[in-house]
Design a protein around this ligand. Structure first.
Ligand code: BES
Ligand code: MN
Length: 457
């Protein structure tokens, strides 16, 4: 059996930033590394080409009567910038305290390694385990998985006979409190570009005769929320479902105070939609956020200019039952109506992802036809987490997104059991990302037990 922490370090040393073509070698390196590792523990590995970053499919076949689990993860990582804020270089993993630091440590290389190590240990102990396992690791999660739906279509017949998908790419509040994630928010992203005059103008020579595009952009952006913290776009909340009482009850056990959360964020006060606690808002409500805004002079000193252009990068997080296409149409309609007619503008579609929800067994809204193996996997996860972490898991929706989970449901008809393993302190997408090695060790034990229980026998 290999040393999981050493292997994770090796994995992190390959800078697999999917967003930036400069990191092509890192993508190849990470892929070859993980494909090799899966091969070394007896899996039949295929690297499936896509228009951008290949998918790794690694199989342990077996008798068709055995349960079949697909373990999903991603080998790509977010860009490491801003580099100057890292205490040690992002792609030179180091252990400090009980954490392994490096880009991708927690999102998602650490969890991928957790499951590979769990499987390796399990198969070493039980070489005849009656379980079919397919690792499906993509390289485009952090850029919206552009190639993944087509990949799923191509491999549909082969993959749809599996029983469920198992993954860890979601969060937990504390190292002893695991969350089994029952929902993911969706996403809808676009750019808004506003143009005033045909070029930059002297603000004295021409100031006072035209609307500044930065002003137009700011006016429209400001109109997209109302004072009560809600998104001010007609129809935006129409498809949001009521929250089941069990979900609120589960969240009540969360154990973090609003005050602790406020301090963690470093904000003077919350600004949350009326009628929702911050913890509820993040899970049960959609949002509209400005991810970036710009235009005009950004350099040192001053410049008297009326810029020709201004832009904003905008995204909506969506909750189950909302459609990205429908929300896009509603938001665009509001912007078109509100944009002053004395400027021109462009709306540029970016990617989107559908929200996802899965209901564990024995709940008020559990589907009557929930597959037996899926229910068994949820129960196995509950028991394994309780035993290994010393506390029953919470069943919560996640504020973040893993958009392909909804695609997997749509194309393959499969639901996902999502074992959260990353902590708020792990700094996902930020400098000094790290993975908690205690969580990793317990995660391995939990994963091993879950898989063994699903196999039965
Ligand atoms: N692992 C995250 C999702 C996540 C974020 C879970 C925070 C728990 C807490 C995932 O890799 C991710 O970052 N997803 C992106 C998707 C986007 C780039 C299409 C997200 O949510 O922004
Ligand atoms: Mn991520």
């Amino acid at each position: 059996m290999f040393d999981p922490v050493e292997k994770l370090k090796e994995f992190i040393r390959h800078p697999s930033v999917s967003a930036d073509p400069k990191f092509k070698d890192g993508m190849v390196g990470a892929r070859e590394f993980v494909a090799g590792l899966l091969g070394s523990i007896g899996f039949k590995v295929a690297v499936v080409p896509t228009p951008l970053h290949p998918v790794i499919l690694a199989e342990r076949g077996g008798d068709p009567s055995w349960p079949h689990v697909i373990i999903y993860g991603h080998y790509d990582v977010q860009p490491a910038d801003p580099l100057n804020l890292w205490e040690t270089p992002p792609f030179e993993p180091v252990i400090r305290g009980n954490r392994l630091y490096g880009r991708g440590a927690a999102d998602n290389k650490g969890e991928v390694m957790t499951h590979i190590a769990a499987v390796a240990r399990l198969l070493e102990r039980r070489p005849d385990l009656p379980l079919r396992i397919t690792f499906m690791l993509e390289g485009e999660e952090e850029i919206g998985s552009p190639s993944f739906p087509a990949f799923l279509d191509t491999y549909r017949d082969r993959l749809k006979k599996a029983d469920f998908v198992f993954l860890s790419d979601t969060g937990i509040p504390r190292e002893d409190q695991v969350v089994i994630t029952c929902g993911l928010r969706g996403l809808m992203l676009f750019d808004l570009e506003v143009t005033g005059a045909r070029g930059d103008l002297h603000s004295g020579q021409h100031g006072g005769v035209l609307r500044n595009p930065i002003q137009a952009l700011a006016e429209v952006c400001a109109s997209l929320h109302s004072a009560d913290g809600r998104v001010n776009v007609p129809g935006f909340y129409d498809d949001v479902l009521d929250v089941e009482p069990w979900e609120r009850a589960e969240l009540a056990k969360f154990g973090q105070s609003e005050e602790q959360y406020r301090e963690f964020l470093g904000i003077p006060a919350f600004h949350t939609a009326k009628g929702f606690s911050p913890f509820e808002a993040v899970r049960f409500l959609p949002t509209l956020e400005f991810n970036g805004i710009g235009g005009g002079y950004q350099g040192a000193g001053t410049k008297t200019v009326i810029p020709s252009k201004a832009f904003a990068k905008i995204s909506c997080r969506l909750v189950p039952n909302q459609s990205p296409d429908k929300i896009r149409a509603l938001v665009y309609a509001a912007i078109r109506e509100r944009m002053p007619k004395d400027v021109t503008f462009r709306l540029v579609d970016q990617h989107h992802g559908t929200p996802y929800v899965v209901v564990p067994p024995d709940r008020s809204n559990t589907p009557a036809d929930q597959p037996v193996v899926l229910a068994r996997a949820f129960r196995a996860a509950d028991a394994a987490v309780t035993e290994v972490f010393g506390q029953a898991p919470l069943y919560l929706r996640e504020g973040g997104s893993v958009p392909i989970i909804a695609d997997i449901k749509r194309v393959l008809g499969l639901d996902s059991v999502m074992l959260g393993l990353c902590l708020p302190e792990d700094n996902l997408h930020a400098p000094n990302e790290s993975y908690h090695l205690g969580v990793m060790e317990k995660g391995m034990r939990a994963s091993e037990r879950i898989l063994e229980t699903v196999a039965g026998g």
